[in-house]
Design a protein. Structure first.
Length: 361
C-alpha cells in the first residue's frame, strides 16, 4: 500500500489523484462482481486489498494536491499584490504624465524614454494578468478535484467495511478443514500452559508434527512472496522495540482493520491468544517451516484449516475510521490510529529474517 502510494506521490498530484480514483472504481466494481465468482473468498480478498491500496493512494494524492494548492494560492497572492502595485504606479503616471515630463531630473529626453518604457510594460502586465487568471483556474480545478475525492473517500470507506463483512461471510461458507488435524483442543491447552515464550510454543508445536496423514498443500515455488498485509515495515528483524527488547521478526504498520492474507498455501497449525502477542495465527506452508502472524482484531481461520495462497487470514484490530481520521494516518508505528502485524518465520526451528522470504516494499 505505502510503497505504491509513495510512488504515486512522485507523480503529478492531479494525475495521481485521478489514478487512485480509477483504482477505487475498479476495485468497487470487482467487489460487486465477486458475489458471482466461483471462489468468493479469493475474489473478495483480491478486490478488498485493491480497494485498500486505492484508498491509501487517494490519501497520499489528496495530501499532495492540497500542498500544491497551498503553493499556488501563495504564488497567486504574491503576484496579485505585485501586479496591483504596478497598475497603481501606471495609473499615477498616466494621470501626471505632463508633470513627469517637466520634473524628470534628467530632463525632457529622459522623460520621453521613461514614457516609452512604461508603454512597453503594458503588454508585460497583460501577460502577468493572463498568468494570474490561469493560476486562478488551476486552483479552481484543484478545489473541484479535492471535493470529488473527499466525497469518494467517504463513500469508499463505507464500501470497505461492507467488503469486510462480505469476506467474513464468504470465509465461513468456504472453510476447508483438514481431516487429520495436528492438534486437539486439549493439545493446544497443554501447549499454552507449558510454553513460557513464543519460541517455546513453536518448538513444542513442531514436536506434534505427524509422520503420516499429512494433507498435501500445493506450494508456491521460490521466494519473493508478497507481504500478508499492505503497510509499512516499521521495525525490522532483530531491531529493538520501544522497550529495548529484540524480537526475531518484523513489524508492519497498517491502517485499522487492514486485510491479512496468506502469502502462500499452508495448513493452520494454531490460532488463539498468546501472551503479549494477542491473537496469533501460525501457518505451516511446508514441513519444518512455520509462519507466525500476530496482532489480529478478527481471525477468519481455525486450527486445521487448509489455506490456499491469497486466502484471508483475518483483519487487524481497530475501528473503522471516518474520513478525517483516515486522512490523519501517518503510517508510523507510534501512530495510535494505526495497527501492527508482527511476523516471525521459523525454518527447522531457527528464526529467519522475513524480508529474505517476502518481497521488499
Amino acid at each position: 500500500m505505502f510503497a505504491a502510494s509513495a510512488a504515486a506521490a512522485q507523480q503529478d498530484p492531479v494525475i495521481a489523484l485521478r489514478n487512485a480514483s480509477t483504482q477505487i472504481d475498479t476495485a468497487t466494481a470487482a467487489l460487486a462482481a465477486a458475489a458471482q465468482s466461483d471462489n468468493q473468498v479469493v475474489a473478495v480478498s483480491t478486490a478488498l486489498r485493491s480497494l485498500e491500496d486505492g484508498l491509501a493512494a487517494l490519501r497520499f494524492a489528496l495530501v499532495a494536491t492540497k500542498s500544491l494548492e497551498t503553493r499556488k494560492q501563495a504564488a497567486f497572492s504574491a503576484n496579485r499584490i505585485e501586479l496591483g502595485k504596478l497598475l497603481a504606479v501606471l495609473e499615477r503616471i498616466e494621470n501626471s504624465a505632463g508633470t513627469l515630463s517637466i520634473l524628470h531630473p534628467e530632463g525632457a529626453t529622459s522623460s520621453v524614454r521613461a514614457g516609452m518604457i512604461f508603454s512597453l510594460m503594458t503588454p508585460e502586465l497583460r501577460i502577468k494578468a493572463d498568468a494570474l487568471r490561469g493560476d486562478l483556474a488551476s486552483i479552481s480545478v484543484l478545489n473541484n478535484l479535492q471535493e470529488d475525492a473527499s466525497n469518494r473517500l467517504k463513500v469508499s470507506l463505507g464500501a470497505l467495511q461492507d467488503a469486510r463483512n462480505q469476506l467474513a461471510i464468504a470465509v465461513r461458507e468456504d472453510r476447508v478443514i483438514s481431516q487429520s488435524a495436528f492438534t486437539t483442543a486439549a493439545d493446544i491447552d497443554n501447549l499454552l500452559a507449558a510454553s513460557g515464550s513464543l519460541g517455546e510454543l513453536l518448538l513444542k508445536l513442531s514436536d506434534l508434527q505427524p509422520t503420516q496423514g499429512r494433507i498435501a498443500v500445493p506450494q508456491q515455488e521460490g521466494q519473493g512472496l508478497d507481504f500478508p498485509v499492505s503497510g509499512l515495515v516499521t521495525r525490522r528483524f532483530n531491531q529493538p522495540n520501544r522497550a529495548g527488547i529484540r524480537q526475531p521478526g518484523l513489524v508492519i504498520s497498517a491502517p485499522p482493520l487492514a486485510l491479512v492474507q496468506a502469502p502462500q498455501a499452508g495448513i493452520v497449525r494454531f490460532t488463539g491468544d498468546f501472551m503479549e502477542y494477542g491473537r496469533v495465527v501460525i501457518l505451516e506452508p511446508a514441513p519444518h517451516s512455520l509462519h507466525i502472524y500476530a496482532g489480529f482484531g478478527q481471525v477468519f481461520v481455525k486450527t486445521g484449516d487448509v489455506l490456499e495462497s491469497g486466502a484471508a487470514i483475518g483483519l487487524l484490530g481497530g475501528d473503522t475510521p471516518d474520513s478525517a481520521a483516515f486522512m490523519a494516518e501517518n503510517s508510523s508505528e507510534n501512530d495510535k490510529a494505526n495497527k501492527t502485524l508482527y511476523i516471525e518465520i521459523r525454518e527447522n526451528g531457527m528464526p529467519v529474517d522475513p524480508e529474505v522470504v517476502f518481497t521488499r516494499q
